[in-house]
Design a protein around this ligand. Structure first.
Ligand SMILES: C[S@@+](CC[C@H](N)C(=O)[O-])C[C@H]1O[C@@H](n2cnc3c(N)ncnc32)[C@H](O)[C@@H]1O
Length: 214
């Protein structure tokens, strides 16, 4: 799956106007000095926006699988003189950042591509500090995607065949132990590829660990 994604996004790194399905980073309100991570950052626009919000004492990371996207992001950061943003090449199933090191996680139209979504959500929970928040826009399937389409790497790379049902999506979030989940935006169903999908933006946080037993 990941090869098809990289081929698709290497082509789009220079050419396409928009790559997203919603809004996430502009809803994120970090304070000065905080650490933010944008998952599947593409050309890095949201990372640079977050870097500006957290200021010189904070840091923004962009994670993406596609080197061409990261190269574009690094060039833009250099041109703009942004020094508090770092772009890392990684799969969202194994993010090279320490446990409990992040205040805010954002992502726009990416998790639908990830093969093991449970693992990606556990990575989100691992990275967040207690009380840390996520705001994620993504696509979900309105009707279940056929097994044939789910196994088609090109269809997954086109942002629809990897989508899961809304209920499955929310189950991944809950299973990762994240709480206070609120859906802040949600589209009407629309057709993408051979599927009926919808887009939504959800926010939530990592809860404090409860002390056990009196
Ligand atoms: C639809 S684009 C969105 C880019 C960006 N978030 C935006 O809104 O412009 C999807 C991005 O996710 C990246 N991606 C897809 N699967 C990934 C994975 N498993 N791990 C990391 N990045 C991934 C792609 O390389 C691509 O840059």
């Amino acid at each position: 799956m990941t090869d098809a994604i990289q081929i698709r996004y290497t082509d789009l790194a220079e050419s396409s106007c928009c790559l997203s399905c919603g809004t996430a980073a502009h809803l994120c309100e970090p304070t000065s000095g905080q650490v933010c991570v944008d998952l599947g950052c593409g050309r890095g626009t949201d990372v640079l926006r977050l870097a500006e919000k957290v200021g010189p004492t904070g840091h923004a990371y962009g994670i993406d699988l596609t080197e061409a996207m990261l190269a574009k992001a690094r060039t833009t950061a250099r041109k703009l003189g942004v020094t508090n943003a770092t772009f890392l090449r990684a799969d969202l199933e194994a993010i090279p950042l320490p446990d409990a090191s992040v205040d805010w996680i954002t992502s726009n139209c990416v998790l639908n591509h990830v093969s093991d979504k449970g693992r990606a959500w556990r990575e989100i929970a691992r990275l967040l500090k207690v009380g840390g928040q996520f705001i994620i826009s993504d696509i979900y399937a309105v009707d279940a995607i056929s097994a044939e389409d789910r196994a088609d790497p090109q269809a997954v790379a086109e942002c629809w065949a990897g989508a899961v049902l809304r209920s499955e999506y929310l189950a991944f979030v809950a299973a990762a132990g994240l709480q206070d989940v609120v859906i802040t935006e949600e589209s009407a169903p629309y057709r993408k590829g051979r599927a009926n999908v919808a887009s939504f933006t959800l926010s939530g946080r990592k809860p404090a660990v409860r002390k056990c037993c009196g």
